[in-house]
Design a protein around this ligand. Structure first.
Ligand code: SF4
Ligand code: SF4
Length: 662
C-alpha cells in the first residue's frame, strides 16, 4: 500500500536521523527518553532523588507525553518512538519480501498483553525505589544504539532485541502491543479514571498514616491495567479529542482497516476509542472519502502531528527554563525548634545522582549539616545547616576534597631534588577545578606535582624543578585565563580558568625524587570479607611491580583488576603501594590458591570483570608486571608498610585523606 501519511513520515524520519547522528557522535542516545524522565520523576517523589542522566528534558518530555495521551492519544508511539518506527518499517519491508504477516489468535493476543504490564511492574518499582534505570538492562533501543553498553544486561537485552525484530517481521507492532512498558503506562493514562482514582486512594491512605509500600500501588496498576485492556479494550474518556467515523458517508471500502498498524477494525467503529490506537492518522490519510474520518472536527487530521511537534517544543522550552533538583536528602534530627539556614554553592563535579550522593556521604559526616539538594545541570548544591552549631566556613571545609596529582613526567636530565613551594589559591574547590589546575600547571614541563588541602584560600604545595622554573613564574601559570588540552579522543579543547594566587609563593623545602614518587602515589585496595575469616597463618601476599600504576589512565582500571583476580578461589584482597617502585600486593589463602595461579591471572591478556548487575565482561589488561615478584607473610608486609609510612613523613604532607589525581 502506498504511503500517504507524509507528515508523520517526516517526523519519524527526522527522529531516526537524530538517533543515527547521536550514535555516530557517541552522544547520549537517551537524551530525549520520556520513560526515563517519568521514572526519574517518580523516583524524585518516592525517594527524593532523580535517576542519573535523566534531567529536565526527559522529565518534561515524559510529562507532556502523558498530557498528550490524555488530550489526543499515544502520539509519542505513533510519531516519535524509534522502536515503533523501526518495527513499522521492518514490517513493511517484510511484506515487500513476501513475508506473510500472521494474525495472533485472540486468546493468545489477550494473554500476551499481560507481558507489558509484567515488565512495567519491576521497571516502575526498581527505578523509583533505587533511582537506577532498570529498563536500561533490557531496552532493545538502548542495547542497539549503545552496542550493548555498560548498563545493558546482555541476556535480558538480546532476547528483547531478537523478539522485537523477528516479531515485527511476522506480527504487526509486536513490541508495542505486547512488550513495551511505556505502552503499558500510556494505556494506564487512557484508563485515566482507574489510574488517578487508585493513585488518589493510595495518597489518602498514606496521609491517613498507613505505611503502604508503593509496590502495592504499582501491582494494582499492573493488574488493573491488564484486566481493563483484556476485557474492555476501549478508553471511554480519553483521549479527549476523539477519532470518529461518519457512517453516513463511509463507503465501507475497508482501506482504513488494512492500513491500521494495529489491525483495529476502524470501519466497524463510529468512535475509534480502541486502546491500541496511537492516533497515527494513517487511516484518515488513506480514506478516499473526505472528512469521513475526522479528529474532533472536520479538516483537523493534521492535528496529532502538529500537537506532537508543539508538545515536544513546549517540553524543550520548559526544560531549558526550569531546573528540577536531581537529589534531595535530609538526615539527622536538628530538633523541632531549630530553624535551618541554607548555604548555596556550585560544585562542578556534581553532575548526576551518583556524584551528588558521593558528596552527601562526605558532608553528612559533618555535625550541624542536616540536608542537601543538588541540581545536576547547573551543579548547584544547597546545604541545610544549624547556624548555632556551625558556620559557613565549616560547610566549605566539609565539601572540600584534598587532592594530589602528578603533573608532568620527569625530564630526562632531571635528578632532583625538587623544590616545594606553598601558594594560597582561590577558586580551587572541587575535582573539576583540580583537573583544570593540573592543565594550568602542565603549561610548564618543569612542574611535577601538586597537592591541596582546605584553607581560605585553598592551601597548595607545588613540586617543581628549580633549575628551570622559579616559584614566581608558577603564579603566571596558575593565573592564566584559558588553557588548551587534548581530550581522550585526541580533540583540542579549551578550558576557561579563574584561579587566583592570594598567598605565596613561599619556599617550603626540597624533596628527593624517590620520596616525591612515594608521596604523590595514593595507595588503593581492599581486603574482602573472606580475609577476616581466613586463618592468618595461611595468608600470603603475592607482590609484583606494576609500573603502569603511576599513570592515572591505567590506575582507573584497578577496580577491574581487583574483580578479575578475585575470580580465583582463595584470593582475599588487593592493595597497591609505592616502595622503591609501584607495587601490587595480592592477599591469598595458601590452602586454596598459589602464587603461580595469581601471577597467571595478572598476566592474562584480558581481564574478566563482574558487575553488580550480574553482567560479566572482558577488557584488555593494561597492567604489565615488571617481572620482579616475591611472596611475603602479612607480618613482613605490615612491618614494611610501617617503615614506609615513617619515611614519607615530610613537612609538606597535608592530609591522609587526599584524593589521587585522575
Ligand atoms: S485507528 Fe487509525 S489512527 Fe488509530 S492506530 Fe489505527 S490507523 Fe492509526
Ligand atoms: S477508509 Fe474511509 S470510507 Fe473506507 S471503510 Fe474506512 S472510513 Fe469508510
Amino acid at each position: 500500500m502506498k504511503l500517504q501519511n507524509k507528515t508523520r513520515l517526516l517526523i519519524q524520519l527526522s527522529i531516526i536521523v537524530l538517533v543515527v547522528i547521536a550514535v555516530i557522535r557517541a552522544a547520549d542516545v537517551e537524551a530525549f527518553c520520556p520513560l526515563g524522565g517519568l521514572l526519574s520523576l517518580g523516583s524524585r517523589f518516592v525517594r527524593g532523588s532523580s535517576s542519573c542522566q535523566m534531567g529536565e528534558t526527559q522529565m518534561f518530555l515524559g510529562v507532556t507525553l502523558l498530557i498528550g495521551v490524555v488530550i489526543m492519544g499515544k502520539l509519542f508511539c505513533s510519531h516519535i518512538c524509534p522502536i515503533g518506527t523501526v518495527t513499522e518499517w521492518l514490517e513493511r519491508a517484510g511484506r515487500k519480501l513476501k513475508i506473510q504477516v500472521q494474525r495472533i489468535p485472540s486468546f493468545l493476543d489477550g494473554a500476551l498483553r499481560s507481558l507489558k504490564y509484567l515488565l512495567l511492574l519491576p521497571v516502575l518499582y526498581f527505578t523509583v525505589t533505587s533511582s537506577e534505570l532498570f529498563c536500561k538492562t533490557f531496552d532493545p533501543y538502548y542495547a542497539a544504539t549503545t552496542g550493548f553498553g555498560l548498563d545493558v544486561v546482555f541476556w535480558y537485552a538480546l532476547p528483547a532485541l531478537v523478539v522485537t525484530i523477528a516479531g515485527s517481521l511476522f506480527f504487526r507492532q509486536f513490541w508495542c502491543k505486547y512488550l513495551c512498558p511505556l505502552g503499558a503506562l500510556s494505556n494506564l493514562f487512557l484508563f485515566i479514571i482507574f489510574t488517578l482514582g487508585t493513585l488518589a486512594l493510595y495518597l489518602i491512605l498514606r496521609i491517613a498514616g498507613l505505611d503502604i509500600s508503593v509496590l502495592w500501588l504499582f501491582i494494582l496498576w499492573a493488574v488493573g491495567g491488564f484486566l481493563l485492556e483484556l476485557f474492555y479494550r476501549k478508553s471511554p474518556f480519553t483521549p479527549l479529542l476523539k477519532l470518529k467515523r461518519d457512517p453516513l458517508t463511509c463507503i465501507d471500502c475497508k482501506k482504513c482497516d488494512k492500513v491500521c498498524p494495529y489491525d483495529i477494525p476502524v470501519s466497524q467503529m463510529d468512535t475509534v476509542n480502541h486502546v491500541d490506537c496511537t492516533m497515527c492518522t494513517d487511516c484518515i490519510a488513506v480514506c478516499p472519502v473526505k472528512n469521513c474520518l475526522t479528529i474532533h472536527r472536520k479538516n483537523w487530521q493534521r492535528l496529532p502531528a502538529i500537537a506532537t511537534v508543539v508538545l515536544v517544543a513546549l517540553s524543550l522550552g520548559f526544560s531549558s527554563r526550569y531546573e528540577i533538583s536531581t537529589f534531595s536528602e535530609r538526615w539527622g534530627d536538628p530538633g523541632s525548634e531549630v530553624y535551618l539556614s541554607s548555604y548555596e554553592t556550585v560544585v562542578k563535579s556534581v553532575k548526576c545522582f551518583g556524584t551528588a550522593s558521593g558528596l552527601m556521604r562526605k558532608v553528612e559526616k559533618q555535625k550541624g549539616i542536616y540536608g542537601m539538594d543538588a541540581y545536576a545541570r547547573s551543579h548547584k548544591v544547597v546545604l541545610y545547616y544549624n547556624a548555632d552549631e556551625i558556620d559557613e566556613s565549616v560547610i566549605r571545609k566539609a565539601i572540600f576534597s584534598p587532592y594530589k596529582s602528578r603533573v608532568n613526567k620527569f625530564t630526562a636530565d632531571f635528578s632532583g631534588p625538587l623544590h616545594v613551594s606553598y601558594f594560597g589559591v582561590s577558586n580551587l574547590n572541587d575535582n573539576v577545578d583540580n583537573v583544570n589546575f593540573v592543565r594550568a600547571l602542565s603549561q610548564s614541563p618543569y612542574v611535577y606535582g601538586f597537592e591541596s588541602d582546605f584553607g581560605e584560600p585553598v592551601r597548595v604545595l607545588i613540586y617543581y624543578d628549580p633549575q628551570h622554573l622559579k616559584a614566581e613564574d608558577i603564579v603566571n601559570l596558575i593565573e592564566v585565563e584559558k588553557v588548551e588540552y587534548k581530550t581522550a579522543d585526541g580533540k583540542i579543547e579549551q578550558a576557561e580558568l579563574n584561579f587566583e594566587v592570594e598567598e605565596g609563593p613561599e619556599f617550603r623545602g626540597e624533596m628527593p625524587v624517590s620520596l616525591f614518587r612515594q608521596h604523590i602515589f595514593s595507595p588503593f585496595g581492599r581486603k574482602f570479607k573472606e580475609y577476616q575469616q581466613a586463618d592468618k597463618a595461611n595468608v600470603r601476599v603475592f607482590e609484583t611491580g606494576l609500573p603502569g600504576l603511576e599513570s592515572s589512565r591505567i590506575r582507573r582500571y584497578l577496580p577491574y583488576l581487583m574483580s578479575h583476580v578475585s575470580r580465583q578461589d582463595g584470593v582475599l584482597g588487593l592493595e597497591t603501594f609505592y616502595t622503591d617502585r609501584p607495587l601490587v600486593w595480592i592477599y591469598y589463602d595458601i590452602s586454596q590458591a598459589d602464587s603461580a595461579l595469581i601471577s597467571q591471572a595478572l598476566a592474562a591478556p584480558k581481564m574478566v570483570v563482574s558487575f553488580s548487575n550480574g553482567e560479566v565482561k572482558e577488557f584488555d589488561n593494561p597492567f604489565k608486571s615488571d617481572g620482579i615478584s616475591a611472596v611475603r607473610t602479612i607480618e613482613k608486609l605490615n612491618s614494611m608498610k610501617q617503615n614506609l609510612q615513617k619515611g614519607i613523613a615530610f613537612l609538606g604532607i597535608f592530609s591522609d585523606e587526599t584524593e589521587q589525581g585522575e
